[in-house]
Design a binder for this molecule. Structure first.
Ligand code: CMC
Length: 432
């Protein structure tokens, strides 16, 4: 542990007092260190949803939710999106520093070398139903990788490095293959002469009868959007990846579990639901006011998708960049999406509404990203897959950090039991 003890807190219950350390991180975040609490006091903490619990210390990502700041390894996300390519940021997350030319070239060489998936796995795609959600295919295919590339059983560093490269490269290939399968088109193999994002767009959109050149505006936008998704400290899916990995499950299994968590409506699945919400609003004559009224009504489960965040109580910095990317892409391609106007009106009216102001509800990363993916021709049910491709380096970095931690412990929270007291079994013929 490298957190520093900064202060001490006293816990008093009745006549008893206990002293607990107050620790701090490099940006001044403070936490009550309760690791000895149960042993010394018999108490546990109660924090459903873990909104007030730090599950680990981490050197990867820093968020200041009050001021809308997001940094990966100390770099502002806005600067990384402006100046770097996704592959460089993936390297930063996984290796701890931005690559130089030689490191970047070697990383790209390895990603290229491992971009194919085993030919036998390609048969799997034929057996999913036509309407299978691509997130279900993605998680199943990723966990299947462990049976095709089993050397990670040894847990040696070089095997882990190989697994990391494989999963980073193959996830993108699997995502594109699953899209081709959904169209009933032949798969397009990765090409060694294309960069990571160009390669993905080529696998998605070229075919034996279509050979459109890759639009550099779209490839650049894809790079930026993936960077926005790269990591977000202990979010739901990263916590799942760490938890599964803490049981010493392999990297593929841990990432597959993270993909399942990400698919949820309240997490990465929100980007798909934002587009569906905007399409619904448009179909209802573009009336954003009724969407806002429904979202405010607690008797209605409807929420404004792409709004609100557990950590941000200010504008999500990723949403600001994503909005600009969306406008730039539409200006460059000349293809205006009427959903953008609806999204902007919705944002404007929600931010002016006391309900959203009092609760600090702002657009989050998912609000504008889907609109840009639509410009690329990516269908709505693939939007969360795009989030997964972007989030992958973060999951890998979180998993590696957890495994490298000097004191890794299996994730195993406690609970407050509120079920019935001791019961005795009544024979079945005497039960009411
Ligand atoms: N629309 C309407 N009301 C909302 C919304 C929303 N999108 N989000 C939160 N609220 C209200 C909520 O009803 C509650 O009101 P009250 O205090 O009167 O009961 C208050 O704001 C606090 O909400 P919460 O659900 O307790 O907050 P949380 O931190 O548990 O949840 C959230 C965060 C992101 C799940 C939630 O804001 C939400 O459901 N947003 C919509 C889904 C979404 O966009 N998810 C993507 C999150 S960002 C990307 C990612 O991490 O994957």
């Amino acid at each position: 542990m490298t957190v520093q003890e900064q202060d001490r807190a006293t816990l008093r219950i009745g006549d008893h007092e206990w002293v607990l350390p107050v620790v701090a991180g490099t940006e001044g975040e403070r936490a009550l260190d309760i690791r000895t609490l149960r042993r010394e006091t018999g108490l546990i903490t109660f924090d459903p949803g873990f909104a007030n619990s730090g599950s680990c210390e981490s050197t990867i990502t820093y968020i200041d939710g009050e001021h809308g700041i997001l940094r990966y390894r100390g770099y502002d996300v806005e600067e990384l999106a402006e100046q770097c390519e996704f592959v460089e940021v993936a390297y930063l997350l996984i290796h701890g520093s931005l690559p130089n030319h030689a490191q970047r070239a070697e990383f790209s060489r390895l990603l290229n070398l491992h971009s194919l998936v085993h030919e036998d796995m390609i048969h799997f795609f034929s057996h999913y139903p036509d309407r299978a959600h691509p997130m279900a295919i993605l998680s199943a295919m990723v966990v299947s990788l462990s049976s095709f590339y089993p050397e990670l059983g040894e847990n040696r560093r070089e095997d882990i490095d190989m697994t990391v490269t494989r999963v980073l490269s193959k996830l993108r290939t699997i995502a594109a293959f699953s899209y081709k399968k959904s169209l009933g088109e032949p798969i397009v193999y990765p090409r060694h002469d294309l960069k990571y994002c160009d390669n993905f767009l080529n696998m998605m959109f070229s075919s034996p009868v279509v050979k459109d050149p890759i639009n550099p505006v779209l490839a650049d936008a894809l790079n930026k959007l993936l960077i926005l998704h790269v990591d977000h400290e202990q979010n739901c899916s990263s916590t799942v990846v760490r938890a599964v990995g803490s049981a010493e499950a392999n990297l593929y299994a841990s990432i597959s579990a993270g993909i399942c968590a990400l698919s949820g409506l309240l997490h990465g699945g929100a980007n798909q639901h934002v587009i569906e919400m905007l399409i619904d609003i448009r179909a209802n004559g573009g009336r954003v006011d009724s969407a806002i009224e429904r979202a405010k009504d607690h008797k209605d489960s409807y929420r404004l998708m792409g709004f609100g965040h557990r950590v941000y109580k200010a504008y999500d910095p990723r949403a600001r960049v994503a909005k600009q990317i969306c406008k730039d892409v539409m200006a460059a391609t000349g293809q205006l999406d009427p959903l953008l106007d609806i999204a902007q009106e919705l944002e404007f009216k929600a931010l002016a509404d006391p309900y959203f102001q009092e609760r600090n509800l702002y657009p989050n990363v998912d609000f504008y990203t889907g609109l840009t993916y639509r410009q690329m021709g990516i269908p709505t049910d693939m939007l969360t897959v795009m989030f997964a491709i972007g989030r992958l380096p973060g999951w890998v970095a979180q998993w590696l950090e957890m495994r490298g931690d000097g004191e890794p412990r299996i994730v195993r929270p406690r609970q407050i039991y509120t079920g019935p007291g001791k019961c005795s079994v009544i024979p079945i013929d005497q039960r009411p």
